[in-house]
Write a protein that binds this ligand. Structure first.
Ligand SMILES: [Zn+2]
Length: 161
């Protein structure tokens, strides 16, 4: 048996087996051969491309190994885990402080650097009791606390930081 690579007049390539070259010639001349794609009987031999052939038959190149292993999940190091925990805690703290700041701003009057004076005045009953907030120096804070005036300090964080 002999295999020919054939081609029709519209360039459809195909292959066919023949008993020998005479059989090919005979079939070609008697019009038995036709293109399996378009049915044309105008068939000629295509140029044979060199092929690698093993004893077992035509060699089929192995499929490329398409299998891609998923990237290995690297367990977070204890250091990294601790960092994430701290970042989460810091974010939570910031959220709480922002909420506290908003609550103070909504419910208290801003007195700026007159805070110590106003707090004392309220404590002494000279001013109407109300919630105030503002700035005070460490000395002012100490003096207020010494006099038993209740004040609270919160970290005043920026809204957009
Ligand atoms: Zn054809």
């Amino acid at each position: 048996m002999i295999k020919y690579s054939l081609i029709c007049d519209t360039d459809h390539g195909f292959e066919a087996w023949f008993k020998n070259s005479d059989a090919f010639k005979h079939q070609l001349e008697s019009g038995i051969l036709s293109c399996p794609t378009c049915g044309s009987e105008s068939i000629r031999k295509a140029l044979m491309a060199p092929s690698v052939r093993s004893t077992g038959g035509w060699e089929i190149p192995p499929e490329p190994q398409a299998e891609i292993l998923p990237p290995e999940q690297t367990p977070a190091s204890p250091e990294r885990t601790r960092q994430i925990q701290m970042m989460t805690k810091a974010a939570e703290l910031k959220r709480q402080l922002l909420a506290l700041r908003r609550a103070v701003e909504d419910n208290c009057d801003y007195v700026g650097d007159r805070f110590a004076k106003t707090a004392r005045a309220i404590h002494d009953g000279e001013e109407e009791a109300k919630g105030i907030y503002g700035e005070a120096t460490p000395n002012e804070i100490e003096a207020l606390q010494d006099d038993g005036i209740e004040i609270g300090q919160i970290p005043w964080i920026k809204q957009d930081s």
